[in-house]
Design a protein around this ligand. Structure first.
Ligand code: ATP
Ligand code: MG
Length: 161
């Protein structure tokens, strides 16, 4: 799996920003990683890349936040507090199928709580790096429909984010 070291919070946001600039509508991102690994931080970068002006805050209590003022809608789900049965009742497929909502980017924290998964998604894993409070490691793979984007090269190249 491709891997990048994110040496500080700005690099994590930059990685997200590249996604926000380039992902097509109907993209789903399932994020995993422990508490504080940087999932919400990365999604804040996605919002920036989508040109969303509203501040992205963790939807831990609201479960779902919708941001509709950018290039594409961003649907941010945080399932931490839920059991798989409860996530079923939320109908998360409504977002990734884009049937009752405008097709956009669906980013889901705590994917372990899902009772079923989308057919196509970007699997992002954030993890801590030993002996550093500010470094994270990110690995990713696409499941289902191939994403035609070379993150590694784009990450190295793009310094404007
Ligand atoms: N390289 C980094 N990338 C992202 N966050 C970092 C990094 N270095 C330090 N941090 C800090 O780690 C914390 C990450 O918090 P964040 O809310 O993004 O995590 P999370 O994975 O969403 O956690 P939770 O599971 O509680 O939702 C922030 O306080 C941030 O400042
Ligand atoms: Mg979070």
């Amino acid at each position: 799996m491709p891997t990048i070291i994110l040496k500080d919070i700005t690099e994590t946001q930059k990685f997200g920003c590249l996604l926000g600039k380039t992902l097509p509508p109907d993209s789903t991102i399932l994020l995993s990683g422990e508490l504080g690994a940087g999932k919400t931080t990365l999604i804040q970068g996605i919002a920036k890349g989508l040109n969303i002006k509203e501040a992205v805050v963790s939807p831990t209590f609201t479960l779902i936040n919708e941001y509709l003022d950018g290039r594409l809608p961003l649907y941010h789900l945080d399932l931490y507090r839920l059991s798989p049965n409860q996530t079923t009742a939320l109908h998360p497929e409504m977002y990734w199928e884009g049937i009752e909502v405008a097709p956009g980017i669906t980013a889901i924290e705590w994917r372990q709580r899902l009772s079923y998964e989308p057919p196509n998604y970007l699997d992002l894993k954030l993890s801590f790096v030993a002996n550093s409070t500010s470094t994270r490691k990110i690995t990713w793979q696409t499941i289902g429909k191939k994403l035609d984007f070379d993150f590694e090269n784009n990450f190295a190249r793009d310094d404007r984010a």
